[in-house]
Design a protein around this ligand. Structure first.
Ligand code: PLP
Length: 379
């Protein structure tokens, strides 16, 4: 379908085209010099000692759980209002995801109070998700983690370039996991990155990304090694030079594009004010600097969301839902503890709608979308 205003769009130009061409001309396609440059530039940006590029954020989350030694019998506290990959990563290593509620209809991030109430002797870690790039309450979550000896993994898939108290998201926990999927603030098509300050963990993550091998094809090409040992059960979660080159070009644009997203989010908020309080606008006055990955609204209870989205579609405007809660999926139902209190998650998840947001969207487009929202609510 050709949308008049799609949900998201990429900002690609000659920079990405040239970057890809240069890799092709270099004749070295697998993980090598450009990947190292990308990792080093990304670590500089997030201000962590290490950045390890991988195939996608799902692989990053899996490796984070694995490298932290999480396994069968362990519990990991996660939000349910997230993409399924956050919880799947916990199951990949044989551990149990335990779902915590979000704070409120204004703050869709995991609640520190809920986290506290779910800690058992089996809890090993917390995975936070910075919803739409708005920072979770990291000081409170780190303090809970410290008191209880828990690891903190940041699912920063939405949050490249977000900051809280002058520290980038992805640099707060033990490990940060980023996504460069096509709809993200910077994209390589498919791609991801791990960030950490811990030298041992970085080494382990790097090895697990490539079969647990002690040297890479690139090391052997450079003449640094001629054989290798395999010291862990690893995976092939490597990125390639083409994606790394696109990643470098995208990283150079991310600050400018995030600034534009923040500006457009404000235009949305101002234009939507006429529909408040009927329509909820999460994350108004949220602390920190957001990457403004998504523009969410919460519909009035009585509005049928599917019909609302259908009316937006008739106007050529693409909308989406973030997210169907993970604990309600068939694959999770039998693992779900029915005593869990996820009332805010369930209510928000039934009423949330995501509006189009991307750097090349215009102020006029936003007025068109908000007019359509207004009409869709009243028809
Ligand atoms: C919150 C969250 N976590 C994890 C992922 C998984 O990212 P990837 O598609 O790079 O594996 C996504 C992707 O949509 C996401 O939104």
């Amino acid at each position: 379908m050709e949308w008049r205003i799609p949900l998201s769009d990429i900002d690609f130009d000659e920079d990405e085209a040239l970057a890809v061409q240069n890799v092709i001309k270099s004749r070295w396609l697998t993980m090598g010099r450009i990947t190292q440059e990308f990792e080093s530039a990304f670590a500089d940006y997030i201000q962590t000692k290490h950045a390890i590029a991988v195939t996608n954020a799902t692989a990053a989350l899996h490796l984070a759980c694995l490298a932290l030694g999480i396994g069968p019998g362990d519990e990991v506290i996660v939000p349910s209002l997230t993409f399924v990959a956050t919880a799947n990563a916990v199951r990949y290593v044989g551990a149990k995801p335990v779902f915590a509620d979000i704070i409120s209809h204004d703050d869709l991030n995991i609640s520190p109070t809920a986290i506290n109430s779910l800690i058992t002797p089996r809890t090993r870690a917390i995975i936070v998700v910075h919803y739409a790039g708005y920072p979770c309450d990291m000081p409170a979550i780190l303090s809970i983690a410290k008191q209880n000896g828990l690891f903190v993994i940041e699912d920063a898939a939405h949050a490249v370039g977000s900051k809280l108290n002058d520290r980038m998201l992805g640099a707060w926990g033990d490990v940060g996991c980023f996504s460069f999927f096509s709809n993200k603030n910077m994209t390589t098509g498919e791609g991801g990155m791990l960030t950490t300050d811990n030298d041992d963990l970085a080494q382990k993550l790097g090895r697990l990304r490539s079969h647990g091998m002690t040297s890479l094809t690139w090391d052997r090409h450079k003449g640094h090694a001629w054989s290798y040992d395999v010291v862990d059960l690893g995976y092939n979660y490597r990125i390639d030079e083409i994606r790394a080159a696109i990643g470098l070009a995208q990283l150079a644009k991310v600050e400018r594009n995030n600034e534009r997203r923040r500006k457009l989010s404000q235009v949305y908020r101002d234009a939507l004010q006429e529909l408040v309080p009927q329509v909820g606008i999460p994350f108004q006055n949220h602390p920190g600097k957001t990457s403004a990955h998504l523009m969410s609204i919460v519909l009035p209870k009585e509005v049928k969301r599917e019909e609302f989205m259908g009316r937006m579609k008739e106007q050529g405007i693409q909308t989406s839902i973030h997210y169907p809660p993970v604990h309600t999926f068939t694959s999770y139902k039998d693992k779900n503890d029915t005593s869990l209190n996820l009332l805010v998650t369930e209510d928000v998840a039934n009423r949330e709608v995501t509006l189009p947001l991307y750097p090349t969207l215009t102020e006029n487009d936003i007025l068109t979308v908000v007019n359509a929202v207004s009409q869709a609510l009243s028809s």
